[in-house]
Design a protein around this ligand. Structure first.
Ligand code: ADP
Length: 436
């Protein structure tokens, strides 16, 4: 480039020198004017040629030019070739990305900050019924009209996925997950959960049916065991011991079947939102009395700090199961002379019922799994306590059906606190029922 520039400067100098020489010889300024004029015309022609070349779509075959202009064209053509190669590369990457997104079984949809459709893959056409050209730029909520989806999108809290029937086929269940990116844009992923849903339904039905079928044989067995215990003479100690053992185990089995049935009812039926007002104090007071009577030998101190006018809009039977399980657990796991505290708090977050004990506590690593069915941190305690392993799973489901949640705080050797959090809508401000 430097050499071409020097040549160009030389060319101008020679032109000026020749023109000046002619000016001196002919004693007139015209040769200089003519020389510079010719140079300007030549340069303008080159500029026009450059412009015409630049506005062409393809920047190949640059015009013939010598010197600095020629160098200029070669450099520009090289730059354009590089840019074309980068563009082709990028195009290839975008195409491959699009092909792979289209090959996905899962739905992928992108919407802008106003909720308008920007991009979607083939699976979105199949499961959501989006049409290739027509729906571009349409608000997504015009095309997926399920109220739960609209509410989910509007709420903007996407930590939990949403499951709804597919807009094009009610028999298919889609699970939506939404991720925000850029400036308010959203990436929506949806997966066909129909098969898993069916399997889950089958599992629930199976457990419910087995539990139901076990009820009658168990009742018969228990009946015979009771009769035998009444009739076998006291001296037949070995036989009586065996019968007692069978009787205890049949009671455990009955409790297990009942808990399984309750759990499947909580899972399979719609939450009862009839809005009965439950007097919490009366219910907990009764439970405290029962707990004291049932474990008299443990001599627990059970304190109750629940205002008399505490009221919840809830299903009383479900509430009784949940609170009952928490209190029974506290009694079961707290050693003799231990202290159990039942407390109700109310604030602008809602109502909070906590059951605390100064028992053995739970290793924090087990806490996230405690509400799973049959999950027990310490299996050796099972036979001693005689629990079903379903108590906390029941509490969790009852809380879900009441739009609340169960919180567990515990540390080994320091006791445990189980708190049921109810949303403000579930807390009835004024007393509507007298204590039983
Ligand atoms: P279980 O029938 O075994 O009591 P749950 O679902 O009610 O079943 O409880 C699950 C496990 O949580 C129990 O096995 C026990 O290890 C632990 N747990 C529950 N409540 C308490 C408590 N108050 N103190 C210590 N451990 C508890």
């Amino acid at each position: 480039m430097r050499a071409s520039l020097a040549k160009e400067v030389n060319r101008i100098l020679i032109l000026v020198a020749a023109s000046l020489l002619l000016c001196l010889l002919w004693r007139t300024i015209w040769p200089l004017i003519a020389g510079l004029g010719l140079y300007i015309i030549w340069s303008t022609r080159q500029l026009f040629a450059l412009y015409t070349w630049l506005v062409r779509e393809e920047h190949t075959d640059p015009p013939d030019a010598a010197g600095l202009w020629g160098e200029f064209y070669t450099r520009l053509e090289h730059l354009f070739r590089q840019e074309r190669r980068a563009q082709d590369n990028l195009q290839g990457i975008i195409q491959r990305a699009q092909e792979s997104v289209n090959a996905l079984e899962d739905v992928v949809v992108m919407i802008d900050q106003h909720g308008h459709l920007e991009y979607w893959n083939h699976a979105a056409q199949k499961h959501l019924g989006l049409r290739p050209d027509k729906d571009l730029g349409q608000p997504l909520t015009n095309l997926i009209r399920h109220p739960r989806f609209t509410h989910y999108l509007a709420k903007g809290r996407f930590n939990e996925p949403l499951e709804i029937p597919a807009p094009v086929d009610d028999n298919r269940i889609l699970q939506f997950r939404i991720t925000e990116f850029g400036e308010g844009d959203q990436l929506i992923l949806a997966r066909d959960m129909t098969r898993l849903h069916h399997l889950e339904e089958m599992r629930k039905d199976f457990v419910a049916n087995v539990s139901h079928e076990l009820k009658t044989p168990l009742t018969v067995l228990k009946g015979y065991l009771e009769t035998l215990l009444d009739t076998v003479p006291e001296e037949q100690t070995r036989l009586r011991r065996a019968l007692h053992h069978m009787d205890t185990q049949s009671h455990r089995m009955e409790a297990l079947v009942n808990d399984l049935l309750l759990l499947s009812r909580l899972e399979n039926t719609k939450a009862d939102n009839t809005g009965q007002t439950v007097a919490v104090h009366g219910m907990l007071h009764r439970m405290r009395e029962n707990a004291l009577a049932l474990a008299r030998e443990k001599d627990h101190e059970i304190t109750l700090a629940v205002p008399e006018d505490a009221r919840l809009v809830a299903n009383p039977a479900e509430l009784e199961s949940a609170f009952g399980n928490l209190i029974t657990n506290a009694v079961k796991y707290t050693p003799a002379q231990g202290h159990i505290h039942i407390e109700w708090r109310q604030d602008d977050q809602g109502g909070h019922l906590s059951v605390s004990d100064d028992g053995p506590g739970i290793d924090p690593q087990h806490i996230p799994r405690l509400t799973e069915r049959f999950y027990r941190p310490d299996n050796s305690r099972v036979t001693q306590t005689g629990g079903t392993g379903l108590g906390l799973a029941i509490v969790k489901h009852v809380m879900l059906r009441h739009d609340g949640k169960l919180e567990i705080q515990s540390a080994l050797g320091k006791g445990s606190t189980f708190t049921c959090h109810f949303p403000p809508a579930r807390v009835a401000g004024k007393p509507a029922m007298t204590n039983p």
